[in-house]
Design a binder for this molecule. Sequence first.
Ligand SMILES: Cc1cc2nc3c(=O)[nH]c(=O)nc-3n(C[C@H](O)[C@H](O)[C@H](O)COP(=O)(O)OP(=O)(O)OC[C@H]3O[C@@H](n4cnc5c(N)ncnc54)[C@H](O)[C@@H]3O)c2cc1C
Length: 603
Amino acid sequence: MQTHFDIVIIGSGAGGAPIAHTLVNAGKSVLVLEKGPMLRTQDQSPSGLSDFKRDELFATGTEKRLTVPDMANQDEAYYSSHVEPDINDEPHVYQSADGRDRATIEGYTAQVIGGGTQLYGAVSLRFTPMDFRLKSFNEGRSDIQQDPNGVVQHEARDWPVSYDDLEPYYGKAEQLIGINGTADNQAKPFSQVFYQQPLQTNPISSVVETGMDALGMPRYRTPLAVITDDHAPSGRTIPAGDEPAKTAYVNRYGDPLGLKSNTWVALLAPLADRPNLEIRCNCHVTHLSQANGSINGVRYKDPAGRPMAVTGDVVVLACSAIESIRLLMISAEEDPTFGARIHASGLLGKYFLTHCFGGAETPVPGRYDKSISLDSDWATDFCASEDFIRDNGLWAGGAIYNNTSDQALPVSLARTHGSQDLDTIWKAFVDDTSLTGNALLEFLDRDFGRRLSVSFMANQVPLRENRIELHPTVTDKWGRKSAYIIKGWHSHDIHLMNVMSARCSDVLRFGGDGGQGNYPVEGFGGVYMAENARARIANHILGGARFGTDPGDSVLDPDCRAWEFDNLYLSDGAFMPTSGSANPTLTIQANAFRVADRIMERL
Ligand SMILES: Cc1cc2nc3c(=O)[nH]c(=O)nc-3n(C[C@H](O)[C@H](O)[C@H](O)COP(=O)(O)OP(=O)(O)OC[C@H]3O[C@@H](n4cnc5c(N)ncnc54)[C@H](O)[C@@H]3O)c2cc1C
């Protein structure tokens, strides 16, 4: 078995696959080590049956009990899925508001070839130019609300690259990944538009169209990483007949058809037969070793659990931010010299970020078969404009887009009803005993296929105390220390979430009654109101190893190379110094293509 490669990439998701794709095409020998299994689409499988099942019970598993010792939520019920770690086997731990520790799977995306992009909702927005210079933008301002100690100005950082630097790579990602959407009305300059044609809108989204127009919010079709036409770069084609319709329910589900543009079908599968690419699945990297500031060993367990080691001229960590940070911290505990180097700035794990997020939701008139449209139809950058930001005393902006799949999936409805996702999924109907008999029928009639939500995603204030550590006592099933998530919200985050969720509510309020503004909205708010608010991450796992120009103020250099290691790069969401005004994956992918070019210059 080959043990040395030009490049070893750990993780096959948004941060890892673009680098593999670029380097394989350049003729370099590439090894991708992926902890999760190889799950194939129906076209890739010899049997014609996909490894992904549209079986919601299979996806959510049976009820289990949490057994992690000393956790405040020990003995609670939970469900696990086939592509997410089981909480008992591999817990993350978070510190809740009462100071007690709780086990969670928040902060994992998906463990499978393609990583989180297999399960993601595929919303593929660019960040705005201002997202890259929030320190410069906020300098000298005296109108930032709910920030009595000037934390924003102290902690905001400009990125060491600008929107213009990243713009060609956004285009490259959009072209190679395969995304549908429209560019007009986006508050981001495009040098070239590679979007495929969006599908027809879901009729219930007309409420959003009306609401955004009434409020003067320029709208565009939400860019979604789902192909709607044959996609030459990846060789994927649209099947004849009704099949494409089944791509609707992609958020949280793998797509058996391969039309959702995860990094496996878009970037890796087309190159899988190349002799210079090896993908080793079910291989779990345990730690890295180093000598004189170069990574000289990537240690992993093979599918049989045997310890293995490989080397690469370059090593790329792309395990998703929390797991990459954890891997580095565990490596540091194995070797004090490794530790001295990786902790040189004192910033590894610090400034962990997610997004401020939330929105508004309500049943709307009409009902529609959601399986024949995609989940999100309309988005607006209205709340990312400088005027909006200043008018509302905000430090940064956010994106707004709608979703039509709320309460849409028949079986998982039982799991997700009234839930705040993940940590509280098992509340669902289990807690709502009123929903039986006729009450359940009435509930289904009122809600099923009728619920519309408008969500926002916005920058969270970077705080040093928001951080990832190794938990002092909790370990995974292999005895490796678990990640400890210590995270709260700044008072300005709460202000921002209130402002943004009110705008989301306005969209429904004005949209539901033809622009009058009196339509009843059932609920709106920010995630800080959730019972498990301190855990909630929106599946957006960012920061903790930020890049920058000053080695004393960052963990990575502008090329995402670890300052203290000659050949170690981090290309998952950990590099971000601020979390951006939109869902992050397209930016992770674009940046990974950029990092790939920098790596190519040295190989
Ligand atoms: C349900 C859901 C919906 C989402 N919706 C959206 C959306 O609409 N838009 C958006 O922009 N983002 C969305 N996201 C987030 C998106 O999935 C992540 O931003 C993205 O995948 C992060 O990329 P990454 O490279 O950091 O990590 P990932 O893509 O998760 O890749 C990390 C990979 O590393 C592997 N790995 C981890 N540890 C090890 C190890 N020790 N050894 C070997 N391999 C390892 C993992 O198995 C995984 O495959 C969503 C996520 C989820 C779960």
